[in-house]
Design a protein around this ligand. Structure first.
Ligand SMILES: Cc1cc2nc3c(=O)[nH]c(=O)nc-3n(C[C@H](O)[C@H](O)[C@H](O)COP(=O)(O)OP(=O)(O)OC[C@H]3O[C@@H](n4cnc5c(N)ncnc54)[C@H](O)[C@@H]3O)c2cc1C
Length: 460
């Protein structure tokens, strides 16, 4: 039932872990904390709770296997990025709370590294930085704007690369420059999520797999209802991100947007001699329709992007990886970046969904009166943010006041998405418009006007 789907993620396949599911729930049970979803959010929450109080009874209930969702199928960027640009975030929440949040995010990258080392999780953590690449003259305005922002900061100058500076790191066809974001690591997400699941078990957490939660009932105690039984607990944590939109009450909280990845075969030394990329930086461009790349330690190129269509009613098709059209589009894009890939084979292709809140603001919705926390909405920036959120949720449940529990994501409520068919019409319109804007800009070498309706709707 699950492995044909889960097996499509190269990361889970190569996690080095036994993917055989843990036993499902059999009958009713009690716990101190019951968590729905064994992705990074659920597992980090369990991890920090158990580290702080080894006596707690924590159960994590997962519909498939730990890491089945976005956590086991992402691009492996462990970055300090946030879905909202720094200025937009400061406008929303104020400059000091925005600065505090961004500082915690930078800290989260180091915290992932620290815990992985402490728990002996061999997730190939490499602090390589991320290069934001201007692929041609059409990206010049964004490159200039970002360079201006960085140059206003101490040491910012050396983070701005012209075409030559970029080519000395990595040779990308037609690229005119880039900016470097040092606070980004590349990781093997499959090893991290599976390793974290084992760490939670070592600490005494109970992992229940292949058990779908059908409803969350607030109360004292709160409860998780499944076909196989009910879990009652002082606290229930909903950590299902986009995969949980079918849960009652969750459908308009997040829109599940598909992100697709294609992966080359291991490339020969002759390829790397031509391309460089010895630093293995994470790469992305200024395209509106989103792209992200990783050079894997076994010498492959991972190329990800967001062109796949949104499905009516927030439906998530079982076999997202069968969308070969999007995969071929991404392969063609990868070959535009690196024409030397012409002869290379793409050996893997898979997809997953990211959770997009209506206002692009991730949040921790925490209600002590009824014992329920809902955490998520990371868009495409969840690998390190889930660590920050898991730590914060654990602190909130323990009633602590820390530098994290006052962050502006705590208690934030995003507006609900529109009901269908408006949601489908709007999301598809923006998706198509952004792809078209990128295509026009790529062909003409002129920046997108920023004035099309799709671009204005997307600017959040
Ligand atoms: C293709 C792709 C590429 C990405 N690349 C990056 C990247 O490079 N860097 C980055 O920072 N972020 C990236 N992201 C986003 C990042 O992976 C996610 O934000 C993060 O993993 C979310 O973790 P999570 O634990 O909240 O959710 P998930 O990992 O999605 O876990 C949710 C879990 O809940 C389970 N579940 C759902 N409903 C139920 C239910 N009713 N009962 C029981 N269990 C349920 C699911 O099976 C799933 O295992 C990417 C995402 C995708 C899909």
């Amino acid at each position: 039932m699950l492995t044909d789907h889960a097996g499509q993620s190269y990361w889970l396949e190569t996690s080095g872990d036994d993917l055989a599911p843990r036993p499902g729930l059999t009958g009713d049970t009690h716990a101190d904390v019951a968590i729905v979803g064994a992705g990074f959010t659920g597992l980090w929450t369990a991890y920090y709770l158990l580290r702080a109080d080894p006596g707690l009874d924590v159960v994590v209930v997962e519909a498939e296997i730990a890491g089945f969702g976005a956590s086991g199928r992402n691009g492996g960027w462990c970055s300090a990025f946030f879905p909202l640009e720094e200025e937009a975030l400061a406008d929303r929440v104020g400059p000091d709370p925005a600065a505090a949040l961004l500082a915690e995010l930078r800290g989260a990258v180091g915290e992932v590294e620290r815990v992985a080392a402490a728990e002996e999780i061999a997730c190939e953590f490499r602090r390589v930085g991320a290069l934001h690449v201007a692929l041609g003259p059409e990206h010049r305005p964004e490159l200039r704007a970002e360079a201006r922002r960085l140059r206003g900061r101490p040491g910012g100058d050396r983070l701005v690369l012209d075409a030559e500076g970029l080519a000395s790191r990595v040779r990308i066809a037609g690229a005119i420059g880039a900016v470097l974001h040092p606070e980004c690591a590349a990781i093997h997400p499959g090893r991290l999520v599976r390793g974290l699941a084992r760490a939670v078990e070592r600490l005494g957490g109970r992992l229940v797999e292949q058990t779908r939660v059908e409803a969350v009932e607030p109360g004292r105690p709160a409860a998780l209802r499944t076909e196989a039984g009910t879990v009652r607990a002082r606290w229930v944590v909903v950590a299902t991100e986009a995969y949980g939109v079918a849960l009652p009450g969750m459908r308009r909280r997040l829109v599940p947007m598909t992100s697709t990845i294609v992966l080359t075969e291991p490339l020969p030394p002759s390829f790397w001699n031509r391309v460089g990329w010895a630093g293995g930086e994470c790469l992305s461009s200024y395209r509106r329709s989103v792209d992200y790349l990783q050079r894997t330690p076994d010498g492959r190129i991972l190329f990800g992007g967001r062109g796949a269509p949104y499905h009516f009613g927030s439906h998530i098709p079982r076999h997202l990886e069968r969308d070969t059209r999007t995969q071929l589009m991404l392969q063609a894009q990868a070959r535009r970046w690196f024409p030397d890939l012409e002869e290379a084979r793409f050996t893997h292709g898979w997809a997953g969904v990211v959770g997009v809140p209506r206002d692009f603001m991730p949040s921790i919705d925490h209600d002590p009166a009824v014992g329920v926390v809902v955490a998520g909405g990371y868009v495409g920036d969840g690998v390190s943010t889930t660590n920050l959120f898991g730590r914060t949720v654990a602190e909130l449940i323990r009633g602590e006041t820390t530098s994290r529990t006052g962050l502006p994501v705590v208690g934030h409520r995003s507006p609900a998405w529109e009901p269908e068919p408006l949601r489908w019409l709007g999301v598809r319109y923006v998706q198509r418009g952004l792809l078209a804007a990128d295509r026009r800009a790529g062909r003409s070498g002129r920046p997108p006007s920023g004035r099309t309706l799709a671009e204005r709707l997307y600017r959040h």
